[in-house]
Design a binder for this molecule. Structure first.
Ligand SMILES: Cc1cc2nc3c(=O)[nH]c(=O)nc-3n(C[C@H](O)[C@H](O)[C@H](O)COP(=O)(O)OP(=O)(O)OC[C@H]3O[C@@H](n4cnc5c(N)ncnc54)[C@H](O)[C@@H]3O)c2cc1C
Length: 437
């Protein structure tokens, strides 16, 4: 027993339910499960909603995720499992038949869990899933601890401080937010062992080839590997170049720099929580402390993390954030219907080399520079084809490795001039398109 656990009541068995947050560092849910528990069950549930193969999808994968993102997830789970095993534990992978919450509730009951810890999540799908689990836990007298640790700030708190509405400009968000909490950086040499898992078949993290996506041998493997180990290595490499950190100015990078991208390429790691945004923020601040001058939000590196939190907060406080209809902050625009133009855009066949190259990079790597995303999103919507942003959003949502509900929808709203940003457009009339497709 260490100083932190001394004097605490012992929990017989705790479950830490991983969803995002696939890491050991800055993980308050894991820390709470570990404290005072004789046994800790680290669980991840494979969700068919994201993983079930869809042979009709335009590229290999499921209806909601391309193979690049599924590969990244499996690599991240493997890395998490190895880290747990080095500390005397392991990841318990459950396969949900349909609803993830059913699998979690069954395990809570079967393993006689008395405390459940999981990172809170603001996505509508996650909120509904988590409510089913929390309701079951409360009815079964299981203690629930669900801290905010995916973002720098608690979106609900910011909304409350802003009088019950999300701040709709970056600056007002920054003014309200202040400084984020410090990360919880416990070093674990040991994690309490798992208990009896009777009647449960335990299996290792599956290989991508085992998930039934057909022949994926021709698919490109993106040049970044999933997992916390890789995330921390990549973050440290980025922050080593202090001058680069000090001078980081988002709009100035070269979006076609592939061998050494102009930005950190940490978004997939932040998406899956292999890297804590609070820890990343804290490490950037360390670099700033030793520098004479550095750039500031919104263009600086910390400014990028604040953009992330801005979109999380607005998305949490805006009903129907992911739709035009019923979304109070979204302009109602008479977008055009053209399946032919849309498919040409999606498949990188517009005849505009820059646009097509970016869409091919999306399909192969699942990551593109921010300005490249700008180009194709603008081209599809207000810039040229005048096609609904929700259609482009769906393509990004499926293919991006860093696909993130709040950030993706927020940026599509922005780029299509549907919300946040209207200065350069007059979208009351459809623009005259020069496209010759
Ligand atoms: C149409 C469109 C869709 C997008 N969809 C996503 C998405 O699904 N997931 C996603 O993570 N980013 C998305 N972005 C934002 C941005 O392009 C990526 O976060 C960024 O390119 C990731 O690269 P990086 O990690 O090297 O970023 P860096 O510049 O190194 O920034 C560090 C981190 O800050 C955050 N960040 C940076 N830019 C933004 C931004 N504009 N909004 C919110 N957070 C930001 C990301 O978490 C990023 O990893 C989208 C942008 C556009 C224009």
């Amino acid at each position: 027993m260490d100083a932190t656990t001394a004097g605490m009541a012992t929990t017989a068995a705790a479950m830490v339910w991983f969803r995002k947050g696939l890491r050991l560092h800055d993980n308050p849910a894991l820390e709470a499960a570990r404290r005072g528990a004789a046994r800790v069950y680290p669980v991840f549930v494979l969700d068919p909603r994201y993983l079930r193969p869809d042979p009709d999808a335009p590229s290999p994968g499921s209806a909601r995720a391309g193979v690049a993102r599924v590969r990244f997830l499996l690599e991240s789970l493997e890395d998490l499992d190895s880290s747990l095993r080095r500390r005397g534990s392991r990841l318990l992978l459950l396969r949900a038949r349909d609803d993830v919450s059913d699998a979690v509730c069954a395990a809570l009951k079967d393993w006689n869990i008395s405390k459940l810890c999981f990172e809170s999540d603001t996505e509508p799908y996650a909120l509904a899933r988590d409510k089913r689990v929390t309701d079951f836990a409360e009815a079964s007298r299981i203690e629930v601890f669900s801290p905010v640790s995916h973002t720098l700030f608690d979106p609900a708190e910011i909304i409350e401080k802003n009088g019950g509405r999300p701040p709709l400009t970056y600056q007002s968000f920054v003014n309200i937010a202040g400084e984020p909490p410090e990360p919880v950086m416990e070093e674990y040499s040991v994690i309490p062992p798992i208990g009896d898992t009777r009647e449960y078949e335990l299996f290792p993290v599956p290989k991508l080839e085992e998930l039934g996506y057909g022949d994926i041998s021709q698919e490109d493997v993106p040049p970044f590997r999933g997992g916390e180990t890789e995330a921390l290595k990549r973050m440290r490499e980025s922050l080593q170049d202090k001058e680069w950190v000090d001078k980081f100015e988002k709009r100035k990078g070269d979006p076609s720099a592939f061998l050494k991208p102009a930005t950190t390429v940490l978004s997939p790691y932040l998406k899956f929580g292999c890297l804590s945004s609070r820890y990343f923020y804290h490490c950037i601040q360390d670099v700033y402390r030793s520098s004479k001058m550095h750039t500031k939000p919104p263009v600086s590196l910390t400014g990028q993390l604040l953009w992330r939190d801005f979109f999380y907060t607005v998305s949490f406080g805006t009903p129907n954030f992911d739709h035009m209809k019923g979304n109070k902050i979204c302009k109602q625009i008479p977008w055009k219907e053209s399946e032919e133009l849309f498919v040409a855009w999606r498949d990188g066949r517009t005849g505009y080399p820059w646009i097509d190259a970016i869409m091919i990079q999306l399909r192969k790597w699942g990551w593109m520079h921010h300005l490249a995303r700008h180009s194709v999103a603008c081209f599809l919507t207000r810039g040229d084809l005048f096609i609904h942003w929700e259609k482009g959003r769906d393509v990004f949502e499926r293919l991006l490795v860093d696909s993130d509900w709040a950030i993706n929808n927020g940026n599509w709203l922005w780029l299509s001039c549907s919300s946040f940003f209207y200065h350069f457009s007059n979208l009351r009339q459809p623009p005259c398109t020069t496209c010759k497709l």
